[in-house]
Design a binder for this molecule. Structure first.
Ligand code: AMP
Length: 398
């Protein structure tokens, strides 16, 4: 992949950059600005190089329609505060306001286009439609920088198609994320422990298959653990379960054993009757979940065992909370894993999304970990060994 330096002298050049600013919002307040902060090294370097910077980003799922609820206005404001300069927000994506805002840019200035997902062409499955929009993006600029790691697994106009139309390079964030994930796939320091949690087993099955080849130990917690427990013949009561995946999961457990890999499931579980923070809770062995209860967190013995494994590892990758961490009474398992990751001497990588939100919500600082990825889905797909369109296009392009 080309780097920003490969694009040559950027003084006065219009640089179109795709960032991932899909931040959590409460009203107009950004509750975690981690993704905006992660873009600062590239944006600062482009400013120092005297480029005219045009940022493309999305927020939420407006599904091809203009919807003020998904305006990037709070992002423009926060980015301006962090960078110490005004960030002008165009009121459209590729319309007159975008053209005017770009025309007014001076060297080192930053403009933000409105939410690219206001445009139906952005996420369209129809290539012609995407390319038509990409041509409008490209007309605004001289070169393209791809720095939205959280979206590089998407074949979308502002990620993939536009890179075919302009000289393109990876920004520092994308380059750094790829370098770190590569370390996990090629010769990681061992023992290499992978901790998977969260609710959706289906999303993570392919990664499990691939990780069984590279990792030494696989730890399964969170909602997905119940499909594993069920595959071992345990009853899981009202716990979240993916019945269609029980057989596949059973196969992975057998494969892991045949390959001599350690696979840890929670031996105890915190259960409650209701999916409610205040529902009375108790700890039960994982093979004794009452029929009218559901597992909402890993139990204390499991938390201890998982933490010990993490502390003994040289490389750790973690994706997905160990329980319903959004409810404080069911956050202890996730907290224990996060604490072990912060304390281990091994190199720890947190794979985006909910796990990143969890560690920040639980009060940890980013620098307590080796790396917090900005892309949950993208990092998992990378570890699955899939080709990510937004990266592949940077390799093949001019
Ligand atoms: P995912 O998007 O697959 O990483 O799932 C993240 C979500 O899984 C979080 O919102 C958690 O609240 C949820 N989760 C974790 N453990 C459980 C559980 N035992 N039961 C239900 N949901 C869970």
């Amino acid at each position: 992949m080309k780097s920003i330096e490969d694009l040559g002298d950027l003084t006065g050049k219009r640089v179109l950059i795709r960032c991932d600013f899909n931040v959590p919002l409460e009203g107009e307040t950004i509750t975690d600005d981690g993704r905006i902060r992660a873009a600062l090294p590239t944006l600062t370097a482009l400013r120092q190089a005297g480029a005219k910077i045009i940022v493309m980003a999305h927020l939420g799922r407006p599904k091809g329609q203009v919807n003020p609820k998904y305006s990037l206005a709070p992002v423009a404001k926060r980015l301006g505060e962090l960078i110490g300069a005004e960030v002008k927000l165009a009121t459209d994506v590729v319309g007159p306001s975008a053209a005017e805002t770009v025309a007014e840019l001076g060297a080192g200035d930053i403009a933000l286009l409105e939410n690219v997902r206001y445009e139906p062409g952005e996420e369209s499955k129809d290539e012609t439609e995407r390319q038509a929009l990409a041509a409008k993006y490209a007309a605004l600029a001289d070169v393209f920088v791809s720095d939205g790691f959280g979206v590089v697994h998407r074949k979308q106009a502002s990620v993939y198609d536009v890179a075919k139309l302009l000289p393109s390079a990876a920004g520092y964030l994308v380059a750094k994320e790829v370098e770190i994930l590569k370390r996990l796939t090629i010769d990681p320091a061992r023992p290499y422990v992978v901790v998977l949690g969260g609710a959706k087993v289906a999303d993570k099955l392919a990664v499990i298959e691939n990780l069984l080849k590279t990792a030494d130990t696989l730890i399964i917690g969170g909602g997905m653990a119940y499909t594993f427990l069920k595959s071992q013949g345990y009853e899981v009561g009202q716990s979240i379960l993916d019945p269609d995946k029980v057989e596949a999961v059973k196969g992975y457990v057998q494969t892991a054993a045949a390959m001599g890999k350690k696979l840890l499931l929670p031996t105890d579980t915190i259960v409650a009757k209701e999916f409610d923070n205040d529902s009375p809770q108790r700890v039960v062995p994982s093979d004794q979940i009452p029929a009218d209860h559901q597992g909402l967190d890993i139990g204390p013995s499991s938390a201890e065992a998982f933490a010990a494994e993490i502390k003994g590892a040289k490389t750790i990758f973690w994706n997905g909370p160990m329980g319903v961490f959004e409810m404080p009474n069911f956050a202890r398992g996730t907290l224990a894993v996060a604490k072990a990751l912060a304390e281990t001497d091994g190199y720890s990588v947190i794979g985006g999304g909910d796990s990143a939100a969890a560690v920040r919500q639980l009060g940890f600082a980013d620098d307590q970990f080796g790396h917090i990825s900005t892309g949950g889905g993208a990092s998992l797909e990378y570890l699955e060994g899939k080709e990510l369109p937004g990266l592949a296009v940077l390799e093949e392009n001019n």
